[in-house]
Design a protein around this ligand. Structure first.
Ligand code: SF4
Ligand code: SF4
Length: 294
């Protein structure tokens, strides 16, 4: 918590054999779309021992990115909340590095740890649930029962043995709000995302093809989509993050529809230096602007 994480939990590092059939079916149905690494590293994903020999414990952490001030959507194009601020992996990696050093200091005989943030073949959401810090909702996002789902996840594997927490249970109940609200039908089955029809994937991932029914349902979204999280009742009282790294700049908050349409490459570089939108590049973002304009 001192490092700025909001929630933390522990799980015994065991092979995730019970997921093997589900995972294979996901790959067989090509639901990973162009995200080739999901297919490539299945053994590592299902068994943490392959990633860190002797691993005993998985530590899962959540860090809140909910912006304190939402960018107005009226007369505007929309950028997902997770992309309002700077790129999150460098910041979270720094924090996880500090934490792994702290964890390693507990075992004088020498334990080792590996950290993962949006990198490496680790099923972050599955481990978050096993560590008791949230459950994977019908929108497939990790939801903490008291804090909601606007969080990034960090994972540490360690050879240090730590008493595990109880896995979190499902609290979706009969609710289907996210599935009903998804404009493209990407949540056609509960707890499963058809990436190919997801606005987030189609507007963020470079090689993504954008099917016609996604194009016509973007609703002004040019980078990411928050609809299935915004409608989730567990996000009703989402608290904003005090981590300024995730806050939108004043310049981004002032952007309106006409500013996007007339955005030059120099302005783009200034606006999005060090952000995930910046990684997509000027041409990639402007292509999305053109698409939402029809
Ligand atoms: S992010 Fe948007 S498009 Fe993707 S599943 Fe959620 S609501 Fe549907
Ligand atoms: S909107 Fe309802 S069904 Fe969807 S993730 Fe949230 S609680 Fe679960």
């Amino acid at each position: 918590m001192e490092l700025g994480f909001d929630v933390c939990g522990f799980a015994e590092a065991r092979p995730l054999d019970y997921l093997r059939n589900f995972y294979n079916q996901f790959i067989d149905e090509d639901r990973q779309a162009t995200i080739a690494y999901l297919k490539r590293y299945a053994p590592q994903r299902l068994d943490p021992e392959v990633l860190l020999p002797g691993v005993k414990t998985v530590i899962a952490l959540l860090i809140n990115y909910y912006p304190p001030e939402l960018i107005p959507e009226e007369d505007n194009f929309i950028i997902s909340k997770h992309a309002h601020g700077k790129r999150y992996p460098p910041l979270i990696k720094t924090k996880l590095n500090q934490l792994t050093r702290f964890v390693d200091s507990f075992d004088k005989t020498g334990c080792t740890s590996r950290l993962f943030v949006d990198s490496g073949p680790v099923l972050e959401k599955t481990w978050a649930q096993r560590c008791g810090i949230g459950w994977q909702g019908k929108n497939t996002v990790i939801i903490n029962p008291s804090r909601g789902s606007f969080f990034f996840i960090g994972i540490i594997l360690t050879t240090l043995e730590i008493e595990p927490d109880r896995p979190e249970t499902d609290h979706c109940g009969t609710c289907t709000r996210c599935m009903e609200a998804c404009p493209t039908g990407a949540l056609d089955r509960p707890y499963q995302l058809d990436i190919r029809r997801c606005i987030s994937y189609c507007t963020i991932v470079d090689k993504a093809e954008m099917p016609d029914d996604v194009r016509s349902n973007l609703g002004g979204r040019i980078f990411g989509c928050d609809i299935c999280q915004d409608v989730c009742p567990y996000n009703r009282d989402a608290m904003s993050t005090s981590e300024t790294h995730f806050h939108a700049s004043e310049a981004l908050k002032k952007m309106r529809r006409n500013d996007w349409i007339n955005l030059t490459k120099d302005q783009f570089n200034e606006l999005f230096a060090g952000t995930s939108v910046g990684e997509k590049g000027y041409e990639g973002l402007m292509k999305n602007v053109m698409i939402v304009m029809g």
